[in-house]
Design a protein. Structure first.
Length: 135
């Protein structure tokens, strides 16, 4: 329950921020509604993945007294670069824009589900290790 609360508050605040940003872009017609919805879903998935990855690394760090944030740092830098690269590649190869975004959403969803599965499977072990080492 503690981990759910610790994970949900930053996630909800980030999602609210993304929602407001995308709504402003769509209302001002800077972005089309289908693209805005796809971007919003991608933003929600990316935020959830990053928060899960950071939580796992934080629990491992506290349990094993090491600073392990390599994966969340790589994800934080590489995800936007790979996203832009995929969209540029799709544009230069004249792929359908919605198809390219759907492909990226599918890959992001698979990555998020894998992280969610890992987190749910190991949360008790990680939390127990953290509690034991902090005593």
């Amino acid at each position: 329950k503690q981990l759910s609360i610790k994970l949900s508050i930053p996630y909800l605040v980030s999602c609210l921020s993304s929602l407001i940003t995308v709504m402003v872009l769509a209302i001002t017609k800077t972005m089309s509604w289908p693209l805005a919805l796809a971007g919003l879903m991608l933003s929600f998935l990316a935020t959830l993945s990053f928060d899960l990855l950071s939580m796992v690394e934080e629990l491992k760090k506290k349990a094993r007294f090491g600073t392990r944030n390599l994966f969340s740092n790589l994800y934080g830098y590489l995800f936007p670069i790979v996203t832009a690269g995929l969209l540029i590649l799709g544009s230069s190869l004249r792929w359908n824009q919605i198809g390219t975004i759907f492909l990226w959403l599918t890959l992001a969803l698979l990555f998020t589900l894998a992280l969610l599965f890992y987190f749910r499977k190991n949360q008790r072990i990680l939390f127990t290790e953290m509690e034991v080492t902090s005593e």
